[in-house]
Design a protein around this ligand. Structure first.
Ligand code: NCD
Length: 305
C-alpha cells in the first residue's frame, strides 16, 4: 500500500510514467472507463476547494469508480474534535483510497500513517500540494514537449504557496532547469526550500521582485494568488495582494512560446484580457489536473503497474 504525501516520494521515472499513462488516457479514454469499477475514492476536504476535490471525483468517475465525500470540516466529526488518525482509520473501512486536504501541515501524513488504504495529500496548509504539481508537469510536458532545459518563473506568494514548493521540488530534478523566484520581500520562498532543494541539488536560481525585468528570460511563467488565509493580519494581506498583476502590456517582451500557468483560483493576478492569448494555459491545466489524477489513482490502486 502506497500513499503520496510529498512529490519527492516519486522518482523522476515514476513521474515520467504517470505522464505517459496520462497521455495515453487522453488518446484512448474508453480504454480506462471501467478500470476502477467497484473501487471507492473518499475525498476528505477540511479546507475550501473547487478544482482539486471535483477533479479527484471526476477522475474517479471517469475510471468507472465511485466517490464518498466530506467537503468541509464543519460537516464532519472533525467539528466534534475527532483526530485525523481516527478519521483515517474509520474511512479505511469505507473506501479504497483517500484524497485529503487539511489546513494543518503534516495532517495527510498522519492520515497515511494510520490508514490501511493509500492516502493522497491534496494540499496541507502552506506546505505541499503534490497533485497540483503533477497537473503542472503534464501541462508543461504537453505544451513544451519536454521537462528539461527550461527557465521557469514563479511569481507571487512564494512563501505560503504550497503549489510553488512542490513544483520547485519536482522540477529541480530535471536537467538544466533554472528558476526565477519573483516575489515581494515578505513573500519569498521559505529558506528550507532553498537549502534542502535548490542549493542541495545545485539548481540555478535568481531571486528578484522584478517581473517585467525577468519575463523575457522565461519559458514558463507560473503566477500565484497571495494566500489570504495564511496571513496573520489583514493589513499585510491588503498591502501585498496586488503586488503582481499580469497584463498584456507586461507580456510585450515575453517569448512568443511562453507558457503561462496558474494553479487557480485567480483573484487579480492575471488580467482577464490574457485568457485569449495562446500562451495562457491555466484552463488547460485544469483539464490536465483531472487526467493526471486518473493516472495517479490507477498507479496507487495498482490497477496499472
Ligand atoms: C491551490 C491550492 O489550493 O493551494 N489551488 C489548487 O489546488 N488548484 C492554489 C491556491 O489556492 O492559490
Amino acid at each position: 500500500m502506497r500513499s503520496l504525501i510529498d512529490i519527492q516520494e516519486l522518482s523522476v521515472e515514476e513521474i515520467n510514467d504517470l505522464v505517459k499513462c496520462a497521455e495515453d488516457i487522453i488518446a484512448n479514454p474508453a480504454k480506462y472507463s471501467e478500470m476502477c469499477k467497484g473501487k471507492k475514492l473518499a475525498t476528505l476536504f477540511f479546507e475550501p476547494s473547487t478544482r482539486t476535490r471535483l477533479s479527484f471525483e471526476a477522475a474517479m468517475y471517469e475510471l468507472g469508480g465511485n466517490v464518498l465525500s466530506v467537503s468541509s470540516a464543519a460537516s464532519s466529526s472533525a467539528a466534534k474534535g475527532e483526530s485525523v488518525a481516527d478519521t483515517a482509520k474509520t474511512i479505511s473501512s469505507y473506501a479504497d483510497i483517500i484524497a485529503m486536504r487539511h489546513p494543518k501541515e503534516g495532517a495527510p501524513l498522519v492520515a497515511a500513517m494510520n490508514a490501511t488504504i493509500p492516502v493522497i495529500n491534496a494540499g496541507d496548509g502552506g506546505h505541499n500540494h503534490p497533485t497540483q504539481t503533477l497537473a503542472d508537469i503534464l501541462t508543461i510536458h504537453c505544451e513544451k514537449g519536454r521537462l528539461d532545459n527550461m527557465t521557469i518563473g514563479l511569481c507571487g506568494d512564494l512563501k505560503f504557496g504550497r503549489t510553488v514548493h512542490s513544483l520547485i521540488s519536482a522540477m529541480s530534478r530535471y536537467e538544466n532547469v533554472k528558476f526565477y523566484l519573483i516575489s515581494p520581500d515578505e513573500l519569498k520562498v521559505p529558506s528550507y526550500v532553498k537549502k534542502d532543494i535548490l542549493k542541495k541539488n545545485n539548481v540555478e536560481y535568481v531571486q528578484t521582485s522584478d517581473l517585467e525585468g525577468s519575463i523575457s528570460e522565461l519559458d514558463v511563467l507560473y503566477m500565484t494568488r497571495v494566500q489570504k488565509e495564511r496571513f496573520f493580519n489583514e493589513e499585510d494581506y491588503l498591502r501585498l495582494k496586488d503586488s503582481y498583476i499580469l497584463t498584456p502590456d507586461k507580456l510585450k517582451t515575453a517569448k512568443p512560446d511562453l507558457s503561462i500557468l496558474h494553479p487557480l483560483p485567480r483573484v487579480n493576478e492575471i488580467a482577464v484580457a490574457i485568457d485569449d492569448d495562446p500562451r495562457a494555459c491555466y484552463f488547460k491545466q485544469v483539464y490536465y489536473g483531472k487526467i493526471m489524477r486518473m493516472s495517479l489513482i490507477l498507479k496507487l490502486l495498482e490497477v496499472v503497474k
